[in-house]
Design a protein around this ligand. Structure first.
Ligand code: NFS
Length: 656
């Protein structure tokens, strides 16, 4: 069917490496997500609008968005109830994904402290001690393992907490916490708030849209300020706090002469052990015996970001490149764990000698070999995986391998701890240089641009165009997830990018400090780093006493996953204007739509906005940032922003 194979690669992706592999995939008849997307047309409008309900078997029901057909489900639920219930379920699933990952990290810390986790140790003692102090855990006369055990136990209890408030949420500025308490959304137990969300969406429980949304917000806050924050904190404790580090990104990092192993998924407990096992002399020896130059590790999705941040392991690509990476025929092993993994990988891998290996008891895939990974025997499992990859290298047909050359350099490894060491802040408080640059108008504000790829947009273009527009207007950008991978591949995360793309003020700051205008702060759970960076900016002073008063904004230009819904909800309810490139599936309910994009601001200081055009979206964020600057009386401090933007525009026009 020629219709099923849309060869308009520009419409599918803006990334040259992906375009090349897309052509090749079409030529070879390899199926990709883009083909499946086209085969799905037209997609269901009721689903997209959030107007179908299959929560009980009185249904499935759907509400007619035009008002001619039924306006109530069999139980009587209206469009508002149905859309809000659906949203709440999505948020609960997103929160559970991040938080179950967070729980595993806490568990690994506990096992490492007890000496039960092969290959794991505590690498960042200072951070652990800081958390112990924060949790009120006595440290005197205790060795580091004992402290780790107690900290892990306290954290574990936060997941199952039945009463009281979630511990890490206490880090938020007072004004924010007060608002959460007032609105009844201060998170408690991570698990409890998720279960509560699910309960409320059962037939005949909560039918009030606004109160359902608040339940969704509470579970989401328990992710951002709980599950995800624990994941970030203890990943740092176990594997080390990232420091700025150089690396490369895109499919060109696959080395035709090496044993190529791609880690894909999310949990650093696995990918870290793969990195460690690749250093093992036994493995090195086997690589040599197989006739390979070396072993080349690379990553896809967030686990890639984890090992990039800590070891400079290159990024093979983001979410929509997982099939394209396999299509090179030069990947010997692809090891996956959980989240964002296409169920088709096993099928596609059959075209090559590639071995795809699943590792998590939570995620098995058709046609994929399972090498169960456990923290007890982490290193052994990782070695087994690499040995399998070495075996398939021997079977690889070099003539059939097709690796695109595209790759670019980037710097990653920015965290709340490392970020302003770099900004010359050897003195405390660390965030003074940033706040100062914002106050004197060299930096207009800060934007977090994060999230997935979505086949509904040209892959990567939403991220790249939005980020370019932001930095051109002197907005410093911090990034996580697949969005970070997109901009890393596009060369926006190297210091030279400031010269080429940033407005004068931002460029001046970047050049003075030697940073790029776009900073990679990690995986999606590391969005918690952005929450804490905002908290530090508030603490530093001069920009108001509330996250909602900061000249900052968030965006997920190409989002697609339920995790992204959760993130958007916790970011907005922490007081940050949050722009989503795709709508939430709630647009069929006026009440839900209006609350999220308007009413929410009064209750939480932040709100959502939906706009697919990335440049338009960037300007909505810039307008918001300018509004906040005005409230802070910083608007006259901007060094003639309009004129400067025009100058840059003229320069850009001149150079093209
Ligand atoms: Ni985030 Fe990371 Fe990527 Fe989206 Fe998936 S990998 S956890 S969900 S697709 S950014």
């Amino acid at each position: 069917n020629p219709m099923a194979k849309d060869k308009d690669k520009n419409r599918r992706s803006s990334d040259p490496a992906s375009q090349e592999m897309m052509d090749y995939s079409v030529e070879q008849d390899y199926e990709t997500a883009w083909d499946r997307y086209e085969a799905q047309q037209p997609q269901c409008d009721f689903g997209e609008l959030g107007l179908c309900c299959k929560n009980c078997m009185l249904g499935p029901c759907r509400i007619d968005p035009f008002g001619d057909g039924p306006q109530k489900g069999v139980c009587g639920a209206t469009a508002d109830t149905i859309a809000a219930r659906n949203l709440t379920r999505h948020a609960a699933v997103g929160a559970s994904a991040h938080s179950d990952h967070g729980r595993d990290i806490v568990h690994t810390l506990l096992m490492a402290a007890q000496g039960d986790a092969e290959g794991y140790e505590i690498k960042y003692e200072e951070k652990l001690e800081k958390i112990a102090d924060e949790f009120g855990i006595e440290r005197e006369d205790k060795d580091i393992d004992e402290i780790a055990r107690e900290v892990a136990e306290v954290a574990m209890a936060d997941f199952g907490r039945q009463e009281g408030e979630l511990r890490p949420a206490q880090r938020a500025p007072e004004a924010v916490k007060e608002r959460w308490r007032e609105q009844g959304v201060m998170p408690g137990g991570v698990d409890k708030d998720i279960v509560r969300s699910l309960h409320e969406t059962h037939i005949g429980v909560n039918s009030d849209a606004e109160s359902l949304i608040k339940t969704a917000i509470r579970a989401s806050l328990g992710d951002g300020w709980g599950g995800s924050m624990y994941a970030t904190d203890f990943t740092d404790v176990l594997f080390g706090g990232p420091e700025p580090i150089k690396a490369e990104a895109n499919l060109g990092v696959i080395n035709p002469d090496a044993v190529n192993v791609i880690v894909h998924g999310h949990e650093p407990t696995l990918s870290e052990m793969i990195v460690a096992a690749a250093q093992d002399p036994d493995i090195k020896e086997k690589v040599k015996e197989a006739g390979a130059e070396d072993i080349q590790l690379a990553g896809i999705c967030c686990t890639a970001n984890e090992i990039l941040m800590r070891h400079g392991i290159p990024l093979a690509g983001n979410f929509l490149q997982q099939e394209l990476a396999l299509s090179t025929g030069a990947v010997d092993g692809m090891v996956v764990d959980v989240q964002c993994i296409f169920p088709t990988l096993g099928e596609l891998a059959q075209c090559f000698s590639t071995r795809v290996m699943s590792t998590s008891p939570k995620a098995k895939f058709n046609g994929v070999e399972h090498v169960e990974f456990s923290e007890e025997e982490g290193l052994s499992a990782a070695k087994k995986i690499l040995e399998n990859a070495i075996e398939s290298f021997k079977e690889r047909n070099p003539e059939e391998a097709r690796v695109p050359e595209h790759q670019d350099d980037l710097v990653a490894g920015y965290t709340v701890e490392s970020i302003f060491d770099t900004l010359g802040g050897t003195y405390r408080p660390l965030f003074r240089p940033l706040n100062k640059a914002i106050m004197d108008g060299r930096i207009r504000g800060v934007a977090g641009v994060v999230g997935c790829n979505n086949v509904k947009q040209a892959h990567d273009s939403g991220h790249i165009e939005m980020v370019k527009e932001l930095i051109r207007h002197d907005v410093l950008v911090v990034q996580t997830g697949c969005s970070a991978v997109a901009c890393g591949k596009a060369g926006l995360m190297k210091p030279e990018a400031a010269m080429e793309h940033a407005g004068d003020g931002l460029r001046e700051v970047c050049e003075a400090v030697g940073i790029a205008p776009v900073l990679h702060v990690g995986s999606c759970v590391d969005n918690s780093r952005i929450l804490l960076a905002c908290t530090e900016m508030v603490k530093e002073g001069g920009l108001g006493d509330d996250i909602a008063s900061l000249p900052v904004a968030g965006a997920a230009p190409e989002w697609m996953s339920e995790k992204a819904i959760t993130i958007a909800l916790y970011v907005a309810s922490s007081g940050i204007y949050t722009l989503c490139g795709e709508s939430f599936p709630v647009m069929g309910s006026k009440k839900v739509r209006e609350y999220l994009t308007d009413g929410m601001e009064e209750d939480f200081g932040g709100k959502l906005a939906f706009e697919r055009d990335p440049v338009e979206g960037a300007h909505m964020m810039i307008d918001h940032i300018d509004g906040k600057r005005k409230e802070l009386k910083l608007d006259d401090m901007m060094n003639e922003p309009v004129e400067r933007a025009e100058k840059v525009e003229a320069a850009a026009a001149h150079s093209s």
